[in-house]
Design a protein around this ligand. Sequence first.
Ligand code: GDP
Ligand code: MG
Length: 437
Amino acid sequence: SLSDKLQSTMSMLRGKGKLSEKDIDAAMREVKLALLEADVNFKVVKDFIKTVKERSLGSEVMDSLTPGQQVIKIVNEELTALMGTGEAKIDYSKKPTIIMMCGLQGAGKTTTSAKLANLMKKNGKRPLLVACDVYRPAAIKQLQVVGESVDVPVFTMGDKISPVDIAKASVEHAKKNGNDVVLIDTAGRLHIDENLMEELIAIDSALSPSEILLVLDAMTGQDAVNVAESFDQRLKLTGVVLTKLDGDARGGAALSIRAVTNVPIKFTAMGEKLDQIEVFHPDRMASRILGMGDVLSLIEKAQSAVDEQKAIELEKKLRTQSFTLEDFLDQLEQMKNLGPIEDILGMLPGMNNKMLKGVNVDEKEFAKLEAIIKSMTTAERQKPDIIDVSRRKRIAEGSGTSPVEVNKLLKQFKDLRKMMKQFGGMGKTGKKKKFKM
Ligand code: GDP
Ligand code: MG
């Protein structure tokens, strides 16, 4: 996969103390092949390599980084830049905010409409889903089913009325019922065709939606980019939702779409479940493609205090779940100088602040945690499950704390491990959850 290829190239560079132009050329050849194989647009690849090479040879020498790290950093930055400049937000300025979903059949429009409605509802919006696919049998029913499972109302007028009229009526309905977002699920076709385009253009002219989001199946690679170009020529797209990134997608689409069409990716979907959608962050995607999580920023932040190899080992341990209380202690010690542990953990892939709530480590408590862990036997540190009432009492006495405090630490550690499991699938060879690029 693209990640694997880039990763091996990047780790080849990682060990280098000094890079010659020849080293950079060799690395760039590998990166180029990896990108082309991942179905990234040829011109995009060419420009990318040129920029990275120029920057690598250029004068941006930083004392804190080895040349190898510098190239990794540049590749990461340029991958990010390819996919946009930060988070592309939905424009909610108009009330109601009308969002037209479009795309080919099977791309995931209906599913994604419900996912977005779900996401928006969680953010305090009152969305309305609108069934404008009047062609495909059972399309209306499908929207009703997914709408119901996310508990969002679905507006339908059956399949005998034109999509434009349904869309118009839905906006009136939304105004009357206090819905501040109207999500219009339109019909798709197997291929781009003129009837489809005209219908979408008609809805666009009638409603002037705030957003026209194109739903694209990431598995279709370069085709997705072509579809994006065609749609964008006829409708002024405001964003793309890239679906099925949980599958065997080669990643080319994510990397080329923005560069080729200048339309930002706004969301990504990674599964059929209705909560499997995320706001798109170019930097995170770049890091994932590089397969190093945010280990890059970890490297940077940790430069002075923790050595790079250890940071990488930590990440590996977290991913493979072989993380023990001993490692926990080790990390706590290393991170003393780095600021709050949740900041450090927050840089790892798949983590967000909410997940970190349970493992909040107050720095003032640090000494206490250290004492508790140090009072454990090796066996206890490696298999905390064996810690029963009497062991807990002994540890508490040994560390000058209380059994309640020992318990609290064990719970934090277990929460941390559980959390690791939730995102652990990402870096392993587990089939379903694997994020493959
Ligand atoms: P539409 O024709 O564009 O409305 O597409 P649907 O929403 O009906 O989705 C087509 C199929 O793709 C359905 O089986 C969905 O469950 C599936 N699907 C949608 N999004 C994703 C995704 O992100 N990952 C996976 N694996 N399947 C998805
Ligand atoms: Mg549909």
